[in-house]
Design a binder for this molecule. Structure first.
Ligand SMILES: [Zn+2]
Length: 191
């Protein structure tokens, strides 16, 4: 994995419809995506200096408002550990992608998957479905965004955020994080 070395054609531009995964990726067909800025062909878990995508395995934890006890606030230990793990995996993915310096405004996509409860019948546990139980997507997002400070120093610079929450097979449990630059649609200013 390098830094935008492959270009679809000289000049770098690729054409194609916007990916529903993230606006920085264009759909090239055959499960391939291209960076809309440099034209590098990116895989689903890959990237270039304009954006990248990685998976953090493990049951996603939300950030709750800190609890109050005897004048002090505290976060349960499990959450602190989870945040440290998120930061570690983020760093590894960032190094692997060639230390991309993604510029603001940031567009972030977070796809959370939770393993079905053990009581769910086996066939259903292999499927995916929208999750409508807790934790809430906003609390999940807060925890995840807090751990991306290596790439996004200020959350205020995130101008676009997509969050999904599903139940799925236990080996898919975790969060897929996609970070790229925001791109205005040609039609965005036509008001
Ligand atoms: Zn690129």
């Amino acid at each position: 994995m390098g830094r935008c070395p492959r270009r679809r054609k000289a000049g770098g531009a690729v054409t194609g419809p916007r990916s529903s995964l993230h606006p920085y990726m264009l759909v090239l067909g055959d499960g391939q995506y291209g960076c809309q800025i440099c034209g590098r062909i990116v895989d689903e878990l890959d990237g270039c200096k304009h954006g990248f995508r990685f998976f953090v395995a493990g049951r996603p934890l939300p950030k709750q408002s800190a609890r109050f006890g005897k004048g002090r606030t505290w976060q349960p230990k499990a959450k602190t550990k989870y945040k440290q793990m998120l930061e570690l995996v983020t760093r590894e993915a960032w190094l692997k992608a060639g230390k991309p310096k993604i510029e603001q405004p940031f567009c972030v996509r977070l796809d959370f998957v939770f393993a079905w409860p053990k009581s769910t019948r086996k066939a259903k546990r292999e499927t995916r479905a929208w999750r409508t139980e807790r934790p809430d997507v906003d609390n999940l997002a807060k925890m995840t965004l807090d751990s991306l400070s290596l790439i996004i120093p200020e959350d205020a610079a995130i101008s676009e955020l997509h969050i999904t929450k599903q139940n799925g097979p236990s080996d898919k449990e975790g969060v897929t994080i996609t970070i790229g630059q925001c791109e205005l649609d040609d039609t965005s200013n036509d008001t």
